[in-house]
Design a protein around this ligand. Sequence first.
Ligand code: SAH
Length: 246
Amino acid sequence: MVVYLVGAGPGDVDLITVKAVKVLKKADVVLYDYLSNNEILEYAPENAKKIYVGKKAGSHYKKQNEINELIVKEAQDKTNSKNGENPIVVRLKGGDPFVFGRGGEEILELAKAGIDFEVIPGVTSAIGAPTSIGLPITHRAVSTSFTVVTGHEDPTKPNKQVKWDYTADTLIILMGIGNIKENTTEIMKYRDPKTPACVIENGTLSNERIIFGTLDNIAQKDINTPAILIIGNVIDVFKDMNHLKE
Ligand code: SAH
């Protein structure tokens, strides 16, 4: 009985790891997300059980506790394997399983049920999306640090952990489009409103879009999800690299 928690990468199917592909090839069951590219499922055997447990902003298909229970149930179900042995279960998640993927919560449930687990890292969209367009998130003399933060903190939490006073040179905000107006207004308390900002929509996919602005106007742009919001002077470096400066 082993569950592999596998990062599928940011979108482009070729950005999955070799290790992830090896594990998928021997899977009896694959539980996959909305953000993991479906083409990746083709690595799994044709007769493997493939279960969609997708979550999408605003329209959760399954609640997290239901997903946790389902993973445990599938891992314990010996009829899932060809030889009546314990099945090999792959929990495929977009990007990296531990970057806002709630992978830790799933592992805690597995641990409670006494099920073995292994985590296979993935290329997170937080880094993979900017890097794949050639936007350096650190750059000598411009950015010596970056912060990856959620723009959508659990609204039921009594005390907010995200205070937007981060000192890192580059801010990378995931799940940040729904609250972009409120969040950029907060960030402007700590940063120059004219700080360069950009959004990468559908990063690493064929319908990728890059939208430029500044901290004080990026919220007014027309943005679709999934998207990440990047704030910092490294965006000017990217513009220099691509001769995009006015
Ligand atoms: N574990 C994932 C992140 C899950 S949170 C990872 O490591 O990438 C979901 C958020 O990730 C989305 O709201 C969006 O901000 C970001 N995201 C995921 N895939 C993306 C993509 N292809 N392009 C832009 N942003 C993406």
